[in-house]
Design a protein around this ligand. Structure first.
Ligand SMILES: Nc1ncnc2c1ncn2[C@@H]1O[C@H](COP(=O)(O)OP(=O)(O)OP(=O)(O)O)[C@@H](O)[C@H]1O
Ligand SMILES: [Mg+2]
Length: 453
């Protein structure tokens, strides 16, 4: 009988089975068995290996300090998001919806890098001629870019001589012959990714790996894929709109709150440097339920519009639908508004939307969400040149936030007339007094009075 080369392992409890099973017999979880290659035979049966030398512990003071060598990608916004340039030997995963422009972005970067480095584009999804067509359409000078159109990853290592950067398009389309499961399965994705990691770390090659996302928007494949990577990026945006947002969700070499804004044009993906105003609507200030907040994204601040809509609940349970704001945060703010300010939205469905697909995950956005909700409740629009920021506590108190000066400076830059800031941030506001009307807010109730009463 042929020797079995793969085994199915439960990703939850580690139980093994020679065949695939829908339900793990050990822990009882469904759909957790993934194929893996069988571990090599015990050492005694193998040819004699060199003796294993155990690593010695080193005091921290004697550890050699290595600075990370960073290479510019040619796209400034991309460099910003990954922390200031591409770190040698790192694994960068780029996830995004179909057709969002993942291949376009990485072709542009690969073409730029190929002017001075040896770059390999491993295309498992598109033929070499398709990639060439794209580089010509985008007008890229990429004569030195090496292309492979292949789906089996087993021969990749032999092609990597002298290569410094390699693009894998995409991890779900490649497979290794060690496993019998089809490309894109959990086992294949995990095995291919860990093989790329070994190559990256042992040979100092940087890999850009394209990954697909599931319908829910998470990266398809096992969670371990994200654990292996040094940097995980999401490329997002509405397909109809031309703006794209590049967001880092994990970065071993930099800040994860930085976002990059790009525009999809027929010449490819172009970074947007003047992003002021693109996250604000045309009809701002005319309808109730919207206000602007200076949101911090990494080291920058940008003015973003928060919109809310309330409508009478027609079923028993009122709906809460936040887009760009955390669900639990919205529920908490609704409770604060009800208890502390008499804005009772218990009988209303509440919808919140942050313009341009920006996610406001920082507490500083709380006050703007409250203001927008109150504006909907009183059906009174907020002036289009008014902004608000501040963290809201359960007592209804508005707490100080970081980067207050930068936020106000952004409002001044964009010609805003009034900004509501936490009273506890007022100390740093003196230099803006003659440029903008600064309203200190100690409680959410004060803010509501100042805006609507
Ligand atoms: N000839 C063209 N002219 C202008 N824009 C184009 C042209 N061809 C493609 N595009 C744009 O490029 C986008 C596709 O880009 P790309 O192939 O990089 O996406 P992707 O994220 O790699 O998609 P997939 O998941 O299918 O690999 C299209 O949605 C379209 O907006
Ligand atoms: Mg593609």
């Amino acid at each position: 009988m042929a020797k079995q080369t793969t085994v199915f392992v439960c990703s939850e409890c580690g139980a093994t089975s020679p065949r695939w099973l829908g339900r793990c017999p050990s822990c009882g979880k469904f759909n957790t068995m993934a194929e893996e290659p069988v571990a090599p035979a015990p050492a005694a049966k193998q040819a004699k290996k060199p003796a294993y030398s155990a690593p010695r512990a080193t005091p921290l003071s004697q550890v050699e300090y290595r600075t990370y060598e960073r290479t510019p990608s040619g796209i400034s916004e991309f460099d910003n998001v990954i922390g200031g340039g591409i770190v040698k030997g790192s694994l960068i995963l780029l996830g995004g919806d179909p057709g969002i422009g993942k291949s376009t972005l990485l072709t542009q970067i690969a073409a730029h890098l190929s002017q001075e480095h040896r770059v390999l584009y491993f295309s498992a999804e598109e033929s070499c001629s398709q990639v060439k067509l794209r580089t010509e359409r985008l007008g890229l000078s990429s004569d030195n870019l090496l292309l492979i159109n292949e789906t089996c990853i087993d021969g990749l290592e032999a092609e990597l001589d002298g290569v410094e950067f390699c693009v894998i398009d995409s991890i779900q389309a490649v497979y290794t012959e060690e496993l019998t499961s089809s490309a894109g399965s959990v086992g294949q994705v995990r095995e291919c990714a860990s093989r790329l990691m070994r190559i990256a770390k042992s040979r100092g090659i940087t890999f850009f790996i394209i990954g697909h996302v599931t319908k829910e928007g998470a990266l398809a494949g096992p969670k371990v894929l994200e654990h292996i990577m040094d940097t995980v990026l999401y490329f997002e945006g509405e397909n109809q709109e031309n703006y794209r947002i590049l967001r880092s969700v994990k970065n071993r070499f930099g800040n994860v709150s930085e976002v990059g804004v790009f525009e999809m044009t027929d010449r490819g993906i172009i970074p947007v440097t003047d992003y002021s105003g693109i996250f604000l609507s045309e009809s701002r200030g005319e309808e109730a339920g919207a206000i602007v907040t200076p949101a911090r994204t990494g080291n920058r601040c940008m003015n973003v519009e928060v919109q809310t809509l309330i409508s009478k609940t027609s079923f028993g349970q009122p709906r809460r639908m936040p887009l760009g704001v955390d669900y639990n945060k919205l529920v908490l703010l609704l409770a604060v508004l009800e208890k502390r300010c008499g804005v009772n939205l218990g009988g209303f469905d509440v919808y919140v939307n942050v313009m341009g697909g920006i996610r406001l995950n920082e507490p500083a956005a709380d006050l703007a969400v409250c203001a927008a909700l109150a504006s909907s409740f009183y059906d009174r629009p907020v002036d289009k040149f008014t902004a608000a920021f501040g963290e809201v506590g359960l007592t209804g108190e508005v707490r100080a936030v970081s980067y207050a000066e930068k936020r106000v400076a952004e409002c001044v830059k964009m010609g805003f007339k009034k900004v509501l800031v936490p009273a506890k941030n007022m100390k740093s506001m003196t230099k803006f007094m003659d440029k903008i009307d600064i309203v200190p807010v100690l409680y959410v109730g004060t803010m509501i009075k100042s805006l609507f009463k």
